[in-house]
Design a protein around this ligand. Structure first.
Ligand SMILES: Cc1cc2nc3c(=O)[nH]c(=O)nc-3n(C[C@H](O)[C@H](O)[C@H](O)COP(=O)(O)OP(=O)(O)OC[C@H]3O[C@@H](n4cnc5c(N)ncnc54)[C@H](O)[C@@H]3O)c2cc1C
Length: 273
């Protein structure tokens, strides 16, 4: 495959006095990637569907000390995708294959462009689901990068408890499989826990290019209830007692008086429209 790098300078807008160095890379072939690097402000990069391209970009950036910011779906609330030192923002949304699916073993391997809802749509006919639900339709790999949890954590745990293996492109371009290549280990006492080193690393330790996740059986029936309590302590005591009685609670959410007021105010205004 032919690969070419070009460098030059450009201005972001007319009258922009500071010229920036730009690096443009282009490859031919069926799969291709083009990326731009701009110092001080990031430009987005489109990459093809293979980890290979992340590997190429990482190697290239490492040599020139250029920051890389992996981008999942941009829902993160901690501003992890902001580029305070410029660099390349890697848009991984085109890598959206579900590469390995084992319904009989309750696990699946996804690329970084696969979102939570897309995964659940894919596995639902087998009576399975991925229950970690942070509220946003985030990418599964982005959820690994942020160590996402959500309202189902009380029963199913967080991403930390549901991630079996990660394929990661390290900053110098090497590819690491935290649980071994193509492995789906349920056994946890097996040397260094590299998977949980990368879960929650917010894109700072490497680019997650594949995540092997646990799946769960969809419950046959779910009931929901809204309960009012005279005070917060009453609500907390009830939750603790329900769990101590082994009542299988899937999700719980607490709204204090201010949150309830906000919800009703929002509903009031949307009803007016
Ligand atoms: C309405 C709302 C409610 C939420 N509620 C909860 C909640 O209850 N509990 C909870 O835990 N979280 C919650 N979140 C946060 C949620 O977990 C994150 O938004 C989500 O995990 C980020 O996924 P993303 O794909 O959008 O990642 P992005 O926002 O794109 O990126 C987030 C960080 O991960 C890095 N990253 C993304 N993809 C990769 C990759 N492939 N490899 C390496 N690094 C990567 C980025 O560089 C960035 O630092 C909520 C978010 C919203 C919007």
């Amino acid at each position: 495959m032919k690969r070419q790098f070009y460098t030059g300078t450009f201005s972001l807008e007319d009258g922009d006095e500071q010229e920036r160095k730009i690096i443009y890379c282009s490859t031919g072939g069926e799969e291709h990637f083009d990326f731009f690097c701009c110092f001080f402000r990031p430009l987005s990069a489109y990459i093809g569907t293979y980890s290979f391209f992340s590997f190429q970009i990482a190697k290239f950036c490492y040599a020139d000390s250029i920051p890389i910011i992996p981008f999942g779906t941009g829902t993160g609330l901690e501003a992890g995708i902001s580029a305070i030192h410029g660099g390349i923002c890697l848009d991984l949304s085109h890598m959206d294959a579900i590469s390995d699916y084992h319904p009989e073993d309750f696990d699946v391997c996804v690329q970084p462009g696969v979102t939570r809802e897309a995964l659940n749509h894919h596995v639902k006919d087998d009576g399975l689901w991925f229950p970690v639900d942070p509220g946003a339709n985030a990418s599964i790999c982005g959820m690994c990068a942020t160590s996402a949890s959500g309202t189902n954590a009380v029963r199913y745990g967080t991403v930390k408890e549901n991630c079996l293996n990660l394929e990661v492109v390290l900053p110098d371009g090497r590819i690491l499989n935290t649980g071994g290549k193509d492995k789906r280990p349920k056994k946890s006492s097996a040397g260094y826990n590299l998977t949980n080193l990368f879960v929650g690393s917010e894109g700072t330790l490497g680019i997650i290019t594949k995540a092997t996740m646990k799946l769960h059986a969809q419950p046959e029936a779910i009931s929901a209830a809204v309960v009012s309590f005279p005070n917060i302590q009453g609500a907390v005591d009830t939750v603790v007692q329900a769990l101590q009685c082994s009542i299988p609670m899937a999700r719980m959410e607490l709204l204090d008086p201010l949150s309830v007021k906000v919800q009703y105010t929002k509903k009031f205004f949307s009803d007016l429209k």
